[in-house]
Ligand binder design. Structure first.
Ligand code: ATP
Length: 319
């Protein structure tokens, strides 16, 4: 398989801030890769370098076979880029927005009209095509932006936080459309997200970035399978405990990676179901009763927690 994107030791500073320190990864043709990481990790900067909107200070990258350092123009013709706050004209209809975008990419009138209709169908906006975009929901506007990003049939598409700000239902329906686009068009896709469930659902591979550096890279299944032991125990206590008390109980039960949020705790366990009664007893002896308890299979958040010592689920999206 050929690589659609290769990033090699990318680095970028803004004054004293190191936005990207040492980022290397690749995206094969037709593959969907998710860049995951907390706010300020360097995801957007990495994508902006690959989309030739920012020059790297160090390293190099190749997109659709061309170098971002020397062939930015060739790359731009072959990629689509949908920014975090991409724009549509709210005073025009969805169809008009798309037609203008098609014309901007040099499509002739009939070809633009045909492609517009096809794309509106693909992103589920056919019924709303002739409504003003100002009347669209957040999810509909985002779908239109994505359609605008692929109007010129790019080989590679970059999506920066495509679902931030959308409600869960709109996110799920956008995932369906994105999967459809990738499957039917054989587009290689690099997307950034804060949402682990999104990465799990959409990505062939996940690249976790923290502080400008790639921490881990692999398929969601492989990353979860590599974790030692058998998943997590989740316990909700009837009142908020002191962290040191819980830490002690967790250590004695042979569990690790404690994430305590108020009266909810989550720990990784190497012994699956066996750890649950040990933890519950320990907590009860320390004076804390459980309101509910469960053993969960490993998630990408467990992967993230294991490699970084912090939970990505507790850091919200930036908007
Ligand atoms: N144009 C800029 N000027 C100055 N600093 C910048 C600029 N762009 C990014 N940074 C800084 O570089 C670091 C990485 O930012 P970046 O936007 O790439 O992170 P991110 O992982 O995309 O975060 P988020 O999820 O919040 O968008 C941050 O500290 C950010 O403040």
């Amino acid at each position: 398989m050929t690589d659609a994107i290769v990033a090699h030791k990318l680095a970028k500073r803004y004054g004293g801030t190191i936005a990207v320190d040492d980022v290397s990864f690749s995206v094969a043709e037709g593959e969907t890769v998710c860049l995951l990481g907390p706010n300020g990790a360097g995801k957007s900067t990495t994508v902006r370098i690959l989309a030739t909107l920012t020059r790297p200070d160090g390293g190099n990258a190749w997109v659709a076979g061309s170098s971002v350092s020397t062939d930015a123009r060739a790359i731009r013709a072959r990629i689509g880029y949908v920014a975090q706050h991409a724009g549509t004209d709210v005073h025009l209809t969805g169809r008009e927005n798309l037609r203008i975008q098609a014309a901007a990419h040099g499509l002739r009138r009939t070809a633009a009209a045909r492609r517009t209709t096809e794309l509106l169908e693909l992103v589920g906006l056919a019924a709303a095509a002739d409504r003003l975009v100002g009347t669209y929901s957040g999810g509909m506007a985002r779908r239109l932006e994505i359609a605008m990003g692929i109007v010129h049939e790019p080989e590679v598409i970059f999506l920066d936080e495509p679902t931030t700000g959308l409600d869960p239902e709109a996110r799920t329906s956008l995932w369906t459309e994105l999967s459809e686009i990738v499957r039917t068009r054989r587009i290689s896709m690099l997307l950034t997200t804060h949402y682990l469930d999104e990465a799990d659902q959409l990505a062939d591979r996940v690249v976790i970035i923290n502080r400008g550096t790639v921490i881990i890279d692999g398929t969601p299944t492989a990353l979860k399978a590599q974790l030692p032991g058998g998943g997590s125990v989740i316990i909700e206590l009837t009142r908020v405990p002191p962290k040191d008390v819980v830490s002690r109980v967790v250590r004695r039960a042979g569990c690790h990676d404690l994430d305590l949020q108020g009266s909810n705790l989550r720990v990784r366990t190497d012994h699956g179901h066996h750890s649950l009664p040990v933890l519950l007893n320990g907590l009860r002896e320390a004076g804390f009763d459980a309101a509910s308890a469960a053993v969960a299979q490993p998630t990408l958040d467990d992967v993230y927690l294991h490699h970084t010592g912090q939970s990505l689920a507790t850091t919200g999206p930036s908007t």
